[in-house]
Design a protein around this ligand. Structure first.
Ligand code: ATP
Length: 372
């Protein structure tokens, strides 16, 4: 299996910089997910690794060998792209068997391997059918099967489940994860679905505008976002992000959330991080909806808020709370909170909230990098 290294990769299409100074090391047997919004450069990075695109700058190394000049076939990598291509004249069995026949694997071995992946992907009863009579989801599973049946150095999967219905997607996701652990194959999986990314990845690489924003375990990326982009992209509902400024209150420095009465004391550690960030570009405060607590009575910090909107989601409710009004735009300053459905409130009610001290984030407004 393979260790993959991208060193200072840059890829341009005319004026568009699709991939910018990209550095990433993927360990042997690791499952890395490329996550980011449409157009951020996920597919291009995958195509560069596969050899379907050439970088303008930088090196791609597989197991320590520079592969920039190797053709896709010589890189021994199996890829399944969003727009899969099956051989229309071959049935499903022969489509899956094709890569093994091409390298003259014994017939009995081919048969065993095709049947094994067909079982995993639940396509055993369509092995005799031609692609023209398959549904989109079935075609996608055949394309996955054709990659899985090989034992390449690495798998590159570009939104391989885009056409599957919700249930099949969850089942196939679990199978891909199980299979990847069983085979122990280095895998890079592209998606814009953060739930898919969180559930599959050993590490997630979050990409935005061709730049690798953060690489880390799902826990790290979710709980310790290094940039404003990662903080806002991960999580449903998204992290609350509110402009903030430091101000002096009774001789000590506090963080004031703009256009609200909310002032937050700083822990010694937060104060130290603040002091080490000397740029003073302005700040953005962040807290996730699940790291706020609500109450009918004033609690520790005595932060009052009005209920603006209630979204009942069954197992949880999402409340939009108003903390104040923007002085210039007159827009409400909103905070989203996740509450238990037994916490009954009506729109317009006044409630009290508090923030979990250990789960507060702070970002530099200009550099967008995390300070806490
Ligand atoms: P999606 O999730 O929509 O597939 P992506 O993150 O995979 O998006 P890419 O397909 O890698 O994004 O595209 C990155 C950028 O490069 C986009 O701005 C895209 O328009 C541009 N791009 C990609 N391929 C080409 C090409 N062959 N010619 C010109 N521009 C391209």
């Amino acid at each position: 299996m393979a260790h993959i290294k991208l060193q200072n990769i840059e890829k341009r299409f005319g004026d568009v910089v699709a991939v910018r100074d990209f550095n990433l090391e993927i360990q042997d047997k690791e499952f890395v997910v490329f996550l980011g919004p449409s157009g951020c450069g996920k597919t291009t990075t995958l195509r560069l690794i596969a050899g379907l695109e050439q970088p303008e700058e930088g090196d791609i190394l597989i197991d320590g060998h520079r592969v920039n000049d190797l053709s896709p076939a010589d890189r021994d990598i199996a890829f399944v792209f969003q727009f899969y291509a099956l051989y229309p004249h071959l049935n499903v069995y022969d489509n899956i068997a094709f890569p093994l026949k091409a390298v003259k694997v014994a017939k009995s071995e081919i048969d065993a391997r095709v049947k094994k992946v067909a079982k995993i992907l639940q396509i055993t009863d369509i092995l005799n059918r031609k692609p023209s009579v398959l549904s989109g989801g079935e075609m996608q599973r055949v394309a996955l099967g054709r990659a899985m049946v090989r034992q390449p150095l690495a798998y590159l999967l570009d939104e391989p489940m885009a056409n599957l219905d919700a249930k099949l997607r969850i089942d196939t996701r679990a199978e891909i994860k199980r299979l990847q652990h069983e085979i122990g194959a280095t895998t890079i999986f592209v998606t814009h679905d953060q739930v898919e990314a969180m559930s599959l990845a050993d590490r997630i690489a979050v990409i935005h505008q061709g730049v690798l924003q953060q690489i880390g375990t799902p826990h790290e990326v979710y709980n310790k976002p290094k940039s404003l982009f990662v903080a806002g992209f991960m999580g449903m509902p998204a992290m609350n992000l509110i402009d903030a400024a430091f101000t002096s209150q009774e001789g000590k420095t506090v963080l004031q959330l703009s256009h609200t009465d909310v002032q937050l004391d700083l822990s010694p550690q937060q104060q130290a991080h603040r002091n080490s960030n000397t740029e003073n570009n302005g700040y953005v405060f962040g807290i996730r909806p699940e790291h706020l607590t609500v109450s009918r009575e004033p609690v520790r910090r005595k932060i009052a808020a009005d209920v603006h909107l209630i979204e009942p989601l069954g197992s949880v409710n999402i409340l939009d709370l108003t903390l104040g009004t923007h002085r210039d735009t007159q827009e409400p300053i909103l905070l989203r909170v996740r509450t238990h459905p037994t916490f009954h409130v009506e729109v317009g009610d006044k409630i009290w909230l508090d923030f979990d001290d250990d789960q507060m984030h702070l970002f530099d407004r200009k550099t967008e990098r995390a300070i806490w």
